[in-house]
Write a protein of this length. Sequence first.
Length: 289
Amino acid sequence: MPSIFSEVLGRPVEIPEGPQRIVSLSPALTETLFLIGLKDRIAGVSHFCNKPPEAREKPRLGSYYKVNYKKLDELEPDLILVTTGAQRRLALELAEKGYTVYPVPLPTSLHGILDNIVTVGYVTGETRTARRLAEKVAEHLSLVRGQAEGRVYYEIWLGGPVSAGQYSYISDALAHIGLENCMDNHREPWVINPDPSEIKECDPDIFIYEIPPYSPNIIRQIERSLSERGLLELKAVRERGLLMLPPDSLAHYGPSISKSLEDIVLLARGKSPVHTEARWHRPAENPTK
């Protein structure tokens, strides 16, 4: 039985050779499992695992932070995959309860995303397949490297406006395609309630807004928030509109992030996206009414 050391747990984790009942509580790791051919070995996922679409057919047994232990025990998993960062506490909780859990590092760059693909293959016994997937994603990323230009402001609604700081794979991904993140001077992963004056001073050429999962009717709320902060008056918004990304685009650090980046490049060039439902959106004239 392989023994793989976990920095988060501070000890080796004994993992069955070729685990057959895998539970993934991270959308990015779930997507990776499907893409390396382990669909039939996935016993359960979190409520937020929606990529690929087949992931929605798997039993759902928890959120990003909590798990239904009754359902988990019924699935009898021989391996549980989580990430670090916000899921670190959950990883420790699962380990204390005696489950075989392996926390995969939260990436801070595109290189980290590629590394995690290989790590998932390593702990599941599918290293060669995972390496091929990582190479394929890397090749796709190379095609969009430096293909856009200008300053960009990215925001997602997580109960309030949140942007990506310097220490995040999102900022690294935007830099990869040639865009300068307005929040890149913040040496942190996330910027909560970013200062409107800082955004205005940056005067972005592109304003990206990612719709959060399970919030189909949130666009009006987003527009009101932007209006209240005076951000609808930005030149980028007035001239081009908001570049709206569907859920699980940049906020999803699975293999498909390369496709989201390609669509951003295409839209920035005035072309149509080919992988997602990303689109330009003209905000309502009076969103506060």
